[in-house]
Design a protein around this ligand. Sequence first.
Ligand code: IVH
Length: 741
Amino acid sequence: MPPKLLISIGRQGAKVQNGTNDQGAPDAANFDLANAEDASAQIARLRSIVAAANIAYHQNDAPDLSDAEYDALKRRLIALEARYPELASAASPTAQVGAAPNDGFGKITHAVAMLSLENAFAAEDVTDFEARIRSFLSFGGDLAFTAEPKIDGLSLSLRYENRRLVSAATRGDGAVGENVTANVAHIADIPQILPAQAPDLVELRGEVYMSHADFAALNARQAQAGEKTFANPRNAAAGSLRQLDASITAARPLRFFAYAWGALSAPLAGTQSGAIEKLAEFGFVTNALTKICHSPDDLLAHYAQIEMQRADLGYDIDGVVYKVNDLSLQARLGFRATTPRWAIAHKFPAELAWTHLLAIDIQVGRTGALSPVARLAPVTVGGVVVSNATLHNEDYIAGRSSRGEPIRDGRDLRVGDWVQVYRAGDVIPKINDVDLPRRPADAMPYQFPETCPECGSPAHREAGDSVRRCTGGLICPAQAVERLKHFVARGAFDIEGLGAKQIEMFFHDPLLSIKTPADIFTLAQRDAASPLQKLKNREGFGETSTAKLFAAIDARRAIGLDRLIFALGIRHAGEVAGSLLAYHYGTWPALMTALDAIPADPELRAGNAEWAELTAIDGVGAVLANSLLDTFQNPTERAAIDALIVHLHIQPPPARQTDGSPVAGKTVVFTGTLEKLSRAEAKAQAERLGAKVAGSVSAKTDILVAGPGAGSKLKDAEKHGVQVLDEDAWIALIAPKTTLP
Ligand code: IVH
């Protein structure tokens, strides 16, 4: 029997029935002639898979297969066609020009990570942004910003060494992108050579996009040639750049705006605007609508100006980006986990459309949250077909905010209603409004379930929480399976061959079941011990894919502490928290010892030293700390975690780039009033230099930085013989490091 599973092709959910592997993607190993159907049927199936993958890659820019999987399938098809020449066909994807055999894109590690931007939607988000910066910097003087269009394309990093373009990479996951060097060779806006005054190393960032006119002409050509057209210029640009066959990219009219940089061997200028001028001198195209502004009002006025010109620009923009102009202030402000503190993207209002609310479904998430989802009659909103939207929570459906105030003037949402859908950028579509005159007479108010639709456990709402949660914990199959999916996801254990689809399959498998993370690491052993029903004999698996899966699982027994914490799927403990906790505690036993020393009764935590240490970690706080303790002090949860840990070799987090830092590894406490630095900046700076910032003084403290008004901490420092510095002495101590970019 050939394997029979589904793979979905493209964004709109067109489905093709095909052989698939454990990732839901076709697997060349499944097409073994020895145990499969006849060559003609196999060739036909492979052709349809490869053709569908080509569409996903070349036209939708939504590849469903990894490059390696695609290559393996295509090689298999070529081999079969060579063996059975009588079955050759001009319609085969192997016979088509432009789909040349390839090894997929290579990977490029960005010298400086490509980050994203925080979003602002309302005017007050912009005033808050400015106020936060002033407070972080303790800065009352003239604070200038650049304001420039946010181009709706895809970001690209160009590396110039000795003024020659040596590589080009997409953003990828921010750390590693795809090598598209060959593809950018024909983009006229991208210089191959920089002039003599450019630094030896320039890592240049900007946006690849397609103009409206070029997009329309390309779609007309595609339609005439019987090829699929693109939904919008962004898709067209992404699909055109990410072509495995660079000659296709060459024929596509791509453009490029330069707006930022990564690594540089020498600074370009002292200001953002000066640096952008330099980039223009180097031959890059920079955006003419970039303006220097001196206040939130100035920024908002320029935003309004750009919004008015939006329709006439000839290319898509989706907002305005504000950046602190002074680069030394940018350096002081630094970065959060994934976004700079010195920039924000002020997005344009979302796109709207009316459609029919067909049903309301409840999804149960990893943390037990019952999330209502609107099933909609498909409608195009801003170039994308939308058929699902979030309904947030029960209050939102009922027409009130979580504080009990009316939203939509109190109008509730009912199945059968006409609703207004909106989406902004890539965020999940939402329901904005309801058309009451069009409500069917028999439409009933929606009853939000009070028990979990998956496990029947009571679903509770805690005071102050807008979300109703299933109380079933690990006994709820939906929570258990969602936690497992999170456990194997990217950023967590990221096990190749074990994705969401395989987790669903194993979760329900009676013989090789995976119910908790520990079961993943006993899978190979249980498979070996099982006389029947071995994995390699199952549909969708073979000898090779099984061996590969077990090897991939083994490879993840060594795991970073930060990833492990994140992978546990604890509420509020995301990647940033994983990293903060890993850096603070260093090892798993240290983290466990600290958590175990905190009383289970929240009333008794206040005076506990470990609790004080945990909640003093910048970015942790009481909400996350309580959530960690809820998990680690719950016997069922703890047993599942302990059962997992025995299978792992937990690695400490990688050393921070703090070579030569005078405070690396030291524990620092700040107290009293700081006059030159805000508390937030002082903390961020100390942590950047490898210090641990604590909230209270103990024998473990190395330095107390005491400003005027310091009280009991100063006394504690004297008691423990801790070095005490005033603010100036602290600044002098760390000075050599803070001037580094
Ligand atoms: S600055 C540290 N400037 O927006 C981040 N980004 O939502 C530096 N984008 O990934 C980015 N126009 O792809 C910047 N004028 C502009 C931009 C811009 C578009 C994109 C960029 C970024 C994304 C973040």
